[in-house]
Design a protein around this ligand. Sequence first.
Ligand code: SF4
Length: 371
Amino acid sequence: MDAKHVYVHVPFCARRCSYCDFAIAVRRTVPVDDYVDALDREITLRFGKERGADVETIYLGGGTPSRLGPVGLRRVLDLVRARFPQAVDAEVTIEANPEDVSPDDANNWRDAGITRVSLGVQSFNDDVLKWMHRTHDASQVASAALALRAAGFEDWSLDLIFALPSEVERSWTDDLTRAIALAPAHISCYGLTVEPHTPLLRWRERGQVHDAEEERYEAEFLEADRLLSSTGYEHYEVSNYARGDRRARHNAAYWRRVPYVGLGPSAHSFDGAERRWNAREYVEWRTRILVGRDPVEGAESLDFDSVSIEEAYLGLRSSAGLPVSSTNAGDFDRWRDRGWAVVVDGVGRLTPTGWLRLDSLVADLTDVRSR
Ligand code: SF4
């Protein structure tokens, strides 16, 4: 597989956040040796030992990769780089929880060649963080930002969640303002969704919380766009904002549909035609590997129509947009009249109000194409 992008899933978390349905393994103590050994075997089983071509991005996601500790982290990076050597200017990202970022950690990450840190902040309100079952408080976000700066990280990002239930008393403006005050190079804003098998779904079923009304979802999405754009951030993807050239290169590879390799439980890989995914649960993934079985448990190849829909969706969700053609020109004209799109130099892009309608606009477009 000629992939230039490698994702490594590190599934361990101290506990499950109230809204989270990711493939995680809740562990008080992270089984670093077991995990690293299984990862090493996965690479050998699936890709052999021969050193491949240089890769442009390596992304350690989770779960909470920062819980691996400096030695575990170094071992993971060493074995990934032995098979997937990184280009000189590669982006190497680690997802981290704020409480895991001490000055020593930040320095260790720099020494290990990590170039980018993505902090799971979500809110600066301690009551909200408790409601989310997060393991940090707001003061630890400020300390983490200081530690990253002192270690020389210019490229770091923070995540926020908007559209919380109205029962959760939260000021979105305050959270945005506090995020901007820390001046990260990149900010991601995700709307809360209620997923199966989460405490949040149980709370909703019991009537303890209710989804944010559509009007508030839209208002908070547009407020983020307004505040962040007016303070130097470019809204370059429906959920992502960057200053200067600090766009997330790894995630952009997914949006461009280029090949990538995924390692670890639940990780997805794509070779340009087929998407494959590993066993989701940590124990199942590791057990397969220990008995010499391929950890990949599923695969799909998209037909022509599905590829067209995916290309339309991925193009429209970012500022890359889509080339305007005879097939879609009518749609872009209509959307432009409503303020949902702009067309510049033959490329159609959605505006923030267009992004709020992303799914239905993609459906319009692909419906026309298939006629
Ligand atoms: S830290 Fe992240 S991955 Fe872990 S439970 Fe919370 S949201 Fe999920």
